[in-house]
Design a protein around this ligand. Sequence first.
Ligand code: AP5
Length: 220
Amino acid sequence: MGPVLILLGPPGAGKGTQARILEEDFGLVQLSTGDLLRAAVAAGTAAGAQARAVMEAGGLVSDAIVLAILRDRMAQPDVAKGVVLDGFPRTEVQAAALDALLAEAGARVTGAISLEVDDAAMVARIAGRYTCAACGEGYHDDFKLPAVAGTCDKCGGTAFKRRADDKAETVRERLAAYHAQTAPLISYYDGKGVLERIDAMGPIDGIRQTLAAVVAQVAA
Ligand code: AP5
């Protein structure tokens, strides 16, 4: 199987933005457990019904639900091209389960890239975020506007949406969950010798270039 990259970082760090860019630049498949969970909520599945309240409160969905959703997605054939995991793993249980799943396929984590940012700036980044309702392309009120106001650059769609968990008080809960449960994974991957750290406070294009150089090196 192709490279297995993990993007680590708090809410708003730019994991989704850069994962979509890595899809374009390196032909990888973006796997976002947040997107998969939101699809399950929208589809009204049993897992989605359980996940909904937890997500709206800014907590972490149970490892059992997330791992079931991730395993299903990883079983699809496009994953063989290589993946960029965005928002997964988020706990040490999930990280160990990923290692076991990859080992079954004779693979392992190629690189875990920590997007390093200031928490204080993340609330502003998230509060300004919206996406195209048709294709999911991400925008921001201040940092990334469509070239033509009200029209998606990617698909020409004209309807946009904002996430239910992007309220300031929920963002603070999500940041707390990140520091308590997910930040320890930085040491986990450092211990395995696959950790890379990137300053992710600059403009999107600058981070794209830094990330491209790191990915070209670790995936070579
Ligand atoms: P998830 O969807 O994964 O959200 P998150 O981790 O909170 O991350 P975000 O999507 O908010 O931020 P991002 O880092 O992707 O930033 P983005 O690129 O959008 O998870 C949501 C919920 O699902 C969780 O709270 C949890 O309940 C549940 N969940 C998901 N996975 C789980 C798991 N594995 N286990 C348990 N529960 C799970 O950027 C943000 C904004 O900033 C955008 O508008 C963007 O345009 C802009 N921007 C990006 N980069 C820059 C930059 N460099 N400068 C200026 N603006 C920028």
